[in-house]
Design a protein around this ligand. Sequence first.
Ligand code: PMP
Length: 284
Amino acid sequence: MSKVFISGKLVDKEQATISVFDHGFLYGDGVFEGIRVYGSKVFLLEEHIDRLYEGAKAIRLEIPMAKADLIAATRQTVAANELVDGYVRLVISRGAGYLGLDPRKTSNPQVIIIADTITLYPPETYQNGLKLITASTIRNHPQAVSARVKSLNYLNNIMAKIEGADAGCVEALMLNHKGEVAECTGDNIFIVSRGVLKTPSVDAGILEGITRNAVIRLAREAKVPVAETTLLRHDIYVADECFLTGTAAEVVPVTSLDGRLIGDGKPGPITRDLLERFRKLTRG
Ligand code: PMP
């Protein structure tokens, strides 16, 4: 029986319920994190916790728990579920209130921790790469809600995801309001161009991925020059290599965009090296 942390304790998953008046449910008012567990250890937990608290602060939601206690509760939930390799979902919702937007009329923000298994892309995807299309849905304007907030409202990404699925793609590229490359629906994007690893900078209006940052560190260790820079779709079309990063996806090669082959249409050497380094980092 899997155990969920809610209201300060671990309960059986059937008992883990929230109010239909919770603004997380009514309005997507809240923040969340997705975190991997490798070999019973929670991977880069502190970085995820920091992003969660920053996002909460940005939406003026006070998480009713100290960081250290949330870290301990996360580890406790993983242990209680005897999770060796899996996925943790942390959810902070505004709490129950009335049928009105005002968060000041809510109480009891919920802190929920779910530890579960994860469905991975099949091994062929890592070997052969995946294809992308560009979605017509642009990423939310950064001056509406910052994409740096991993909020409970993912409709922006879901609309693009549906466009991808309609085109037979498991991921879709999203541009920002300026027409620049932002990120995919649940992953950050990188290209390799003349030996330089390039990825949009955070001010392109993207989520600052934890995996993105880990891969940038790995590339620097491998002495691959890294540039966080403006990218246009043109840069991807003419890139030598392309890959995505994310907690669930890890490092996954991309071999085409909008039906155009990237490089020679096969995962490139720098992508394969970084994928290997990432596996070493996570699996020892
Ligand atoms: N961008 C978006 C929109 C995402 O939802 C995610 C994954 N949750 C990422 C990028 C990748 O971030 P991370 O490496 O922290 O999982």
